[in-house]
Design a protein around this ligand. Structure first.
Ligand SMILES: [Zn+2]
Length: 342
């Protein structure tokens, strides 16, 4: 594999999901109906992953993802593959999380346990033709897995979260042992419960999930809610980077980070500069301006430029691609302005 040099300042990345390619949608639908062989299903999903990887490389993104083409969504995908959950498939099993995003709410009916790798195949496959670019390993976090399920077994949120953390640790460990060094745990539900107790439980859970992976980048993605309320409490989380949204809150999170001396915490920042709720492609000037805003208090070595959240929600491959492309172009110009050669 050729060596790819991730820029030392302002590397670009993605949160993870990419609009589903028609071939992936078709494969998932056929599988649900039991009308496809395992071989055919694998072939179609891999084709979609390959295209997602190629788009990211073509756009020039430094640290990429597999596009999460196999995942129906970020909750059910994992629940269906662990012990302890059942996931219904009747109309009444569908609930809304936000916007027009619906999913089947899993029910916890027994002790949670990891069974076998859930994301390794796709991470490995994406890595095969990432042209040396690092591929982020991305899983849904224990807090969110618990929050978006019905608990019919534990009757104790913390115990459920801790068992989920132990199970998800095994998943992350498999990825780490396979060579993944950018490890991201998605915790969008945390910002909807920005309370001391929840923040503490999530912290304990993340320490379990990331245990023993000290030479990897440990990243937590949080979005959708009152992220500002999590500060300053989350600053002592055992992670290297918070991956956050900024366009969606009109950059109102910036003064919060400044106030709580985010830079002083030594943590890196995944900095969202692309709106994933709008199909309008950002201008280069908008993105450059956004980057300059964060550089007022963050060193460029600690800032990762990326969209607010997963690009899947855009539902349109061309727009997602254009957005990544302009993000990379704008970032390259800022790097140059700062005196860093390509
Ligand atoms: Zn998100």
């Amino acid at each position: 594999m050729s060596e790819y040099k991730v820029p030392k300042v302002l590397p670009t990345t993605v949160v993870g999901s990419y609009p589903k390619f028609p071939i992936a949608k078709k494969a998932l639908k056929l599988k649900e109906k039991g009308q496809i062989s395992d071989e055919e299903f694998e072939k179609m999903i891999k084709e979609a992953i390959r295209m997602a990887v190629e788009d990211q490389i073509k756009a020039g993104v430094d640290i990429i993802s597999d596009g999460e083409q196999r995942r129906e969504d970020m909750e059910v995908y994992f629940a269906e593959r662990m012990d302890g959950f059942v996931v219904g498939n009747k109309p009444e099993d569908w609930v809304r999380i936000f916007d027009n995003v619906h999913y089947r709410k899993p029910i916890v009916v027994g002790k949670i346990a990891w069974k076998e790798p859930m994301t390794l195949t796709d991470w490995k496959y994406a890595t095969e033709f990432s042209q040396g670019r690092p591929v982020k390993a991305i899983i849904t976090g224990p807090y969110t897995m618990a929050d978006w399920a019905f608990d019919d077994y534990y009757g104790d949120k913390k115990q459920l979260i801790i068992d989920l953390a132990k199970a998800l640790h095994k998943e992350l460990k498999v990825l780490y042992e396979a060579g993944a060094r950018y490890l991201q745990v998605d915790e969008p539900a945390l910002s909807t419960h920005p309370y001391k107790e929840d923040i503490e439980i999530a912290k304990e859970a993340l320490a379990i999930v990331f245990q023993g992976m000290s030479d990897a980048k440990k990243i937590v993605h949080i979005c959708h809610g009152r992220v500002e309320k999590l500060f300053p409490d989350i600053l002592d989380y055992p992670v290297d980077q918070f991956d956050l949204e900024f366009v969606n809150n009109n950059f109102e999170l910036l003064p919060v980070l400044k106030e709580y001396d985010y830079a002083g915490s030594g943590k890196e920042l995944g900095y969202g500069v692309i709106d994933i709720h709008s199909k309008k492609v950002e201008s280069k000037e908008f993105i450059k301006d956004a980057i300059h805003k964060v550089l007022e208090f963050m060193p460029p070595e600690k800032v990762y430029v990326k969209p607010d959240c997963g690009l899947k929600i855009l539902g349109d491959r061309d727009i997602a691609f254009q957005k990544m492309k302009v993000m990379v172009e704008a970032t390259k110009e800022v790097r140059k302005e700062l005196g860093y050669e390509e």
